[in-house]
Every structure is written in C-alpha cells, then in structure tokens.
Design a protein around this ligand. Structure first.
Ligand SMILES: [Zn+2]
Length: 394
C-alpha cells in the first residue's frame, strides 16, 4: 500500500532534480529531497522501499488514441487486427489509454469497447474511450452523443471521426460541426473534455473543415485533436499552419519503413520541426494508434500491405527524442503526459505531483530503457520483468 522511491531523478515532467517520492495507495502523497523513514517504514510488510539511484522517474505515459478492440480490416475479415493486451501497454510505460473503434463500426461495437476499457481497469491501468467510429452519424451507446458523454462514465469524447479519407463517411462540414457541438455540451455538462478526435486522411481537403471551425462556429481549438497530422508532407505543413494559428495537433508514433519512404514524417522529427517553426510544445500530443491496422494502398486505392500499430511506439518516440535528437527529457515528455492530460481534462494524470495518481515509470538513466512501471500505485513491471499480466496472457 505504501511505496517510497528513494533518490530518483524526478521529471514531473519538469525537472525536479533528485527526490524521494512517497506513494500511498493509488496516489502520490509527498515529493521531497529526503523523506524521513518513520520507524514503521522499516517494516517491509508495510512499506516497500524502491532504491531509485541512477534511475529517472517520469509520469506514466498517456496514449490518447488506441484501438483497444483492434481495428481496420481493410483487406477483408481476416485482416481485422487483434485486441490489445495489458502487456502491450506496460512494456511501453503506458498507464492511461483512450480507446476508439476506427474504420469498422459494424463488427466492433461501442458496448464491446466500453467493456474492454472496464476490463483494462480491472487489470490495473486507467482506460477511457471515445464514442463513435470513422463515420457520421456517430455510432453511440445511448443514441445520442451528449447522453453517451454524460451518462457513460468511461466515455470522455468522440472519434476518431475520419475526414479527407476515402474510408470516411464523406461528412459535410455541418454534420461535423453538429457532432462537435454535441460533444462540447456533453463535456461541459459532465465536467469531461468532450474532445473530438479527428482522423486525417490523405485526401485533398486535408484540414479544411478544422480551419473553417474557427471562422464558421464558436467552437474553441481545445475541442479538436486531429491525429495522423504527420502522415504526409503536405498535410504536415498544413498542420503546422493550423498549430501556429492556435490549434492542437497529434502525431502518430506507429509506423513502418515503407510509410516513411513514401513521405510520412516520424513523430519525433515532426515534433522538432514544429518547435523550430515556433509552435508551442503544449500544442502537440503523440498517440500510438496501437492495434490499428497500418494499411498500405497503391495509387488506385488497392490494398498492397498491412501491419499493426504498436502502443510501445509511444515510448520509442520519447526515447528517440532524448537519445538521438538530444531534446531535454522534460520537453520530450510533454506530448505523452501533461499535454494529453490537459486536453482530455484528466485532472489527476500526466504529472508527478502531490495528490496525483501514482502512475509512474522508472527509466535506466544509462540507456533510457524502461526499468519499472507502476499504475495507480500497483507494481506492473519491476526491473524489466512483467509482474502483472493480462488475464489471458501467460
Ligand atoms: Zn485513424
């Protein structure tokens, strides 16, 4: 129930230097350079002391776009990608996840998605979902976007709604604006974010609807999080323009070499380029698109290859930023901790701070490998070994 991390280099995500961190139950109780061990602390049945010398302590990662049930199926039924397992998250230091349906809202249902989120919670991590698939009108549980957000606790927003994609429902601007307005009001009335997660395709309209939201509606930038903004060079330039005007953008970390060869910008490079362009680091999030299909279409729209998104790519991107691109850890952490927590209004997530959830990851300072993972105070991985596995994982 009580854990005391001794002498960790704490990035909260801002650099707090060497500190002790006391965890009581599922919460962070105290952060101080030297937390005195009271006599009862010496009873190892009461408190677990974690010697964290040489280790970096960061908040557990937040992945704001994962196909918890699998996704896709763009190559027929046999290409429906498999469900996420608990270890997919833990191996990449992810302790909070937001699930979505994706292309297929027929054989994958909202009821199953919410059940999967509950299942992941029972296994120890924090899980939420967006209502809906690629298509409008939105696939919901209650028949109403507002009711879904207000009455179904794990539902915190809607999406991923596809625009500028041959797999979208080709929504009109008015249809998208109406859905976003419903999500906003549902969010306001329930104290949730009501975020609209937008899937950006390769289509020629790119982010036109999102720019028009500014001129034709009263909806604020914080209502929308367009993802896959790094999928091709032209779209990426438009995303930079959108961010410079104040918008928030999400870069997908799962990729395959073929995509990069064809013009996708790896998320770490996309982040650096945005900062060079003067975009504020608070406006950028990363998500893995985990368990989603990574279909490769030729110029005629025929499927020529299929891969699966990996949730561990989120941490790999963080590592690339720090190790290969020499970005400071505090800055590299923002797109996977505090930024998604703020946008999603997850008020106890994304920071190492007193009263926050004890979602913590220890990293080996020498090689930036994940050492241990804690979710809501529970040990999920210790010294590179998975302690807690999914119900059906061996
Ligand atoms: Zn997508």
């Amino acid at each position: 129930m009580i854990k005391l991390f001794k002498n960790a280099k704490v990035y909260a995500p801002n650099n707090l230097g060497k500190n002790d961190v006391l965890v009581v139950g599922d919460k962070i109780a105290k952060i101080h350079p030297n937390i005195e061990s009271e006599p009862f602390f010496y009873d190892e049945n009461v408190v677990e002391i974690v010697e964290a010398d040489g280790l970096i302590l960061i908040p557990g990662l937040i992945d704001c776009h994962v196909h918890l049930l699998g996704g896709g199926g763009e190559g027929g039924y046999k290409t429906r990608t498999p469900e996420l397992m608990l270890s997919d998250l833990i191996l990449g230091g992810t302790t909070t996840v937001v699930g979505c349906l994706g292309t297929d809202g027929v054989t994958r249902s909202m009821e199953s998605l919410v059940a999967k989120a509950y299942g992941l919670r029972e296994e120890g991590v924090s899980a939420y979902v967006y209502s809906g698939s690629y298509r409008l009108p939105l696939t919901t549980i209650t028949g109403s976007i507002q009711k879904d957000i207000m009455m179904v606790e794990p539902i915190i927003g809607i999406g991923e709604i596809a625009i500028s994609d041959h797999r979208s429902a080709s929504p009109t601007f008015e249809e998208l604006a109406k859905a976003a307005s419903d999500a906003r009001v549902g969010g306001i009335l329930s104290g949730k974010s009501g975020l609209v997660n937008i899937h950006l395709g390769d289509g020629k309209d790119m982010m036109r609807y999102l720019f028009e939201m500014r001129t034709r509606t009263e909806l604020p930038y914080t209502q929308f999080l367009p993802t896959h903004a790094n999928r091709n060079q032209v779209l990426f330039e438009e995303a930079i323009r959108y961010a410079k005007e104040g918008g928030f953008i999400d870069f997908t970390t799962s990729t395959v070499p073929q995509f990069v060869k064809e013009g996708e910008i790896p998320a770490a490079s996309a982040f650096c380029r945005c900062l060079e362009e003067g975009v504020n680091a608070t406006q950028i999030t990363f998500s893995s698109d985990g368990q989603g299909s990574l279909p490769n279409f030729d110029k005629h729209g025929t499927l020529i290859g299929l891969d699966i998104g990996k949730t561990t790519s989120l941490y790999e991107t963080l590592k690339t930023l720090v190790v290969e691109m020499n970005r400071p850890i505090d800055e590299a952490l923002m797109p996977v901790t505090v930024n998604p927590a703020t946008l999603l209004k997850l008020s106890r997530k994304g920071k190492i701070e007193t009263g926050f959830d004890a979602d913590l990851v220890l990293i080996d300072q020498s090689n930036m490998e994940i050492h241990s993972v804690y979710a809501l105070g529970q040990t999920m991985m210790r010294n590179g070994v998975l302690i807690k596995k999914g119900t059906f994982e061996k």
